[in-house]
Design a protein around this ligand. Sequence first.
Ligand SMILES: [Zn+2]
Length: 115
Amino acid sequence: MRYVECHKCGLNYPITQVRARTVEVESGRSSGAMAYKGWGSSGSWTGSTKKYNKTGGGLAYYGGRTYYRNVKVYVCGPCLAAEARARARARAASAKRWRIFWSIIFVGGVVLWLM
Ligand SMILES: [Zn+2]
């Protein structure tokens, strides 16, 4: 029997009792760079707006980009159940927020109607 570590709780479970999933993890970041954009004499047509965008010259800073990679992990049954419970709770909380929102609208409407 092969045992794997749960991604959430770190406990070891037999592979038959876990579920595989892929998660995106940050695998690195390229450093930003200063680049010379030219004198600002060039430009380009933007297709959607039919506008000619003159590019400004000078120096521009290009931020480094973050790289992600997909990693296969395993999540155990109890953690999956806990996730499902958390999701259900979040859904219920969101429904409650909307009920409060609509009742405020309703009360506001009644107040306006009475005035
Ligand atoms: Zn777990």
